[in-house]
Design a protein around this ligand. Sequence first.
Ligand code: AMP
Length: 281
Amino acid sequence: MTRRLLTPAEVRAWRAQNVGPVGFVPTMGFLHEGHLALMRQAKSECGTAVASLFVNPLQFGPDEDFGRYPRALEADLAKLESAGVDAVFTPGVADLYPAGFDTRVEVGAAASPLEGAVRPGHFAGVATVVLKLLNIVQPRRAYFGQKDAQQCVVIRQVVRDLDVPLEVVVAPTVREADGLAMSSRNSYLGPEERTAATVLFRALSAAERTFRGGARDGEGLCRRMAEVLSAEPLARPDYVSVAHPDTLAEISGEAGEGALASLAVRIGSTRLIDNLVLRSG
Ligand code: AMP
């Protein structure tokens, strides 16, 4: 049985009874295979897996989709059960942000470009809730998806800089058969939009092919992605980028092995992100 824990105090009490190593997977719920792959990895590597389901208001801008973010608690609990997750923390907003809450993690340079430039305050909100959750759950390892590459970079930096005693594990992006990265937000897409949404992976794959063909110029690789996106009438790009994988600094000259190609694209009113790590082989 997956044990449901509603408050930080309940998590602490459960942890007092379950003192062995824990693998922790923070999520916003509306679970899909991408989430569940992280849960299974946490379980097999750590023996005990804990998930959290919490749509974090701190990481949404005023014009973003906090209010309509998809939620499906009962279905999520059944999926966690079948993935063998031992406990799930499902706090309410007031449990994590009681009256008087007034602290934010101030994130550094890696949080500024890409998503950070389009979504001011987003990564401070992410870092704050993740640090709170890590302090509450106290895992040996915390699992994140490469799908949110910048989030992984920011979390690694926070963990390093603030001496958080755990290991960050980043797992590969899980995709639909046609390449679309799994995302809770895919549920917003109508049928035509769902077809159009494959353009993100097609653009990234074009950049990857170009890179493998020997072209290394960062701006040229970005132009290649923009070209593919422009052929899809329903797609409105926010950005395309080829950046250093650790600093996320944009590469205008030669992109090296492991450079991060990423993009954010609006399909109708749905904003999707995806990325690929560029490798020559
Ligand atoms: P979210 O619920 O969107 O906040 O995601 C929770 C965790 O699952 C984050 O670490 C995400 O990066 C990860 N994740 C989301 N989608 C995928 C995916 N398609 N493949 C792998 N990990 C994912």
